[in-house]
Design a binder for this molecule. Structure first.
Ligand code: ZN
Length: 138
């Protein structure tokens, strides 16, 4: 017979509270380790730097600085298998052949952060057409 569920929950909470710094450090190390492996994968496939697909700015992978780093764009209105943050997903998955297949199936756009911020994810084409019409009107 183990602990009852409430006691187990309290015990888990206590354990987490006591070791939270170590757990955070451990989790962060694994996230960084996974990103480092993905960085190697991207640099092997795209080169150490690539260009923003809109403004052509030269950007790198996980540079630690959003002004020089790639932003992955949900180009297909979040119909992609990875619906949430692409980098969040990368932090939780190693680049195994299965995960690479999932990643590649998403066909994320490669943008600089500035272009990515300016683009909306949903109804993009419709909105852009209206924005162009507005910009061209006198
Ligand atoms: Zn750009």
């Amino acid at each position: 017979m183990g602990l009852n569920p409430n006691k187990r929950k309290r015990s888990k909470k206590k354990y987490y509270k006591k070791h939270s710094e170590e757990i955070k450090k451990y989790t962060e190390n694994y996230r960084q380790k996974r990103l480092k492996e993905w960085k190697t994968y991207f640099e092997t496939n795209y080169g150490s730097k690539t260009n923003c697909q809109i403004c052509n700015k030269l950007i790198g992978f996980f540079t630690g600085d959003s002004t020089t780093s790639v932003a992955w764009d949900h180009k297909n209105g979040k119909s992609e298998l990875i619906k949430g943050s692409p980098v969040g997903w990368l932090q939780h998955h190693y680049p195994t052949p299965e995960n690479i297949a999932i990643w590649e199936s998403c066909k994320f756009g490669i943008l600089c952060h500035q272009c990515n911020r300016r683009l909306m994810t949903f109804n993009r084409i419709h909105w852009l057409k209206k924005a162009i019409k507005y910009a061209e009107s006198q």
